[in-house]
Design a protein around this ligand. Structure first.
Ligand SMILES: C[S@@+](CC[C@H](N)C(=O)[O-])C[C@H]1O[C@@H](n2cnc3c(N)ncnc32)[C@H](O)[C@@H]1O
Length: 212
């Protein structure tokens, strides 16, 4: 596959477990068969994950998080936790390494993990760490009920805890409608400013949101 030089540089960085500062338009842009964005997305998912992690939003988000304790559930390769930890965020990454019926968990088998991820089911992780957690991070949950159960458990264990959800909105390809019925958006201008540089792949509508 032939990609523009600036895109090749990004792929090399991700393969070498370096968080890019930002993503060039040629990587994100509208579908162009010469660029083959869809093949490109697979490469990035296989080496990092579903959200486009870059320092242009990770650094301000880390400043917004500050000293607060984070728990990441369903962390996949751990790349997001890695990026946040580089900015001194206190975060515990967890995943049950299961995938689901349609998804084979591949990062661990392929030796792609960005850091050590605790093997634990998402709801059990909230029960285990939720009391001492200020922010639960959930990026790209499946469309089953797990995200909903995480939110319910978070609320019952620690009503002060907030959730940073990265995914599509209602009717999209992450979480389910019960989750969106339950999730209460938290209005926080500083959070919105912190994540405003978050980028999506062409045709994908994920974005970081703050819920409680
Ligand atoms: C679509 S991937 C998203 C991974 C990562 N957060 C990202 O944004 O790239 C969903 C992840 O959730 C994990 N998972 C699925 N069900 C889980 C459960 N009940 N508890 C913990 N992790 C789970 C899978 O193993 C997989 O790593």
């Amino acid at each position: 596959m032939h990609f523009p030089e600036e895109v090749n540089k990004i792929i090399e960085m991700i393969k070498n477990k370096k968080i890019p500062d930002s993503y060039p338009e040629s990587l994100l842009s509208r579908y162009d068969p010469k660029i083959d964005n869809y093949g490109l997305r697979d490469i990035v998912i296989n080496h990092m994950g579903y959200a486009l992690i870059a320092n242009d939003w990770i650094v301000p988000l880390s400043l917004w998080i500050g000293d607060r304790k984070c728990l990441e559930v369903m962390s996949g390769s751990g790349a997001l936790a890695y990026a946040l930890r580089k900015q001194n965020v206190k975060i515990i990454p967890t995943d049950n390494f299961s995938g689901d019926d349609n998804f084979h968990y591949f990062w661990k088998e392929d030796g792609i993990m960005w850091l050590e991820v605790e093997k634990i089911d998402a709801v059990s992780a909230v029960k285990k760490y939720g009391r001492e957690t200020d922010i639960i991070i959930l990026s790209w949950p499946f469309m089953n009920n797990v995200a909903t159960e995480v939110l319910e458990t978070m609320r019952s264990i620690n009503p002060d805890c907030m959730m940073i959800y990265i995914g599509e909105g209602r009717g999209g390809c992450t979480a389910n409608s019960k989750f969106f019925n339950l999730a209460e958006p938290v209005k926080d201008e500083e959070f919105e400013n912190a994540v405003k540089k978050f980028k999506q792949w062409n045709g994908i509508h994920d974005f970081p949101r703050l819920f409680k």
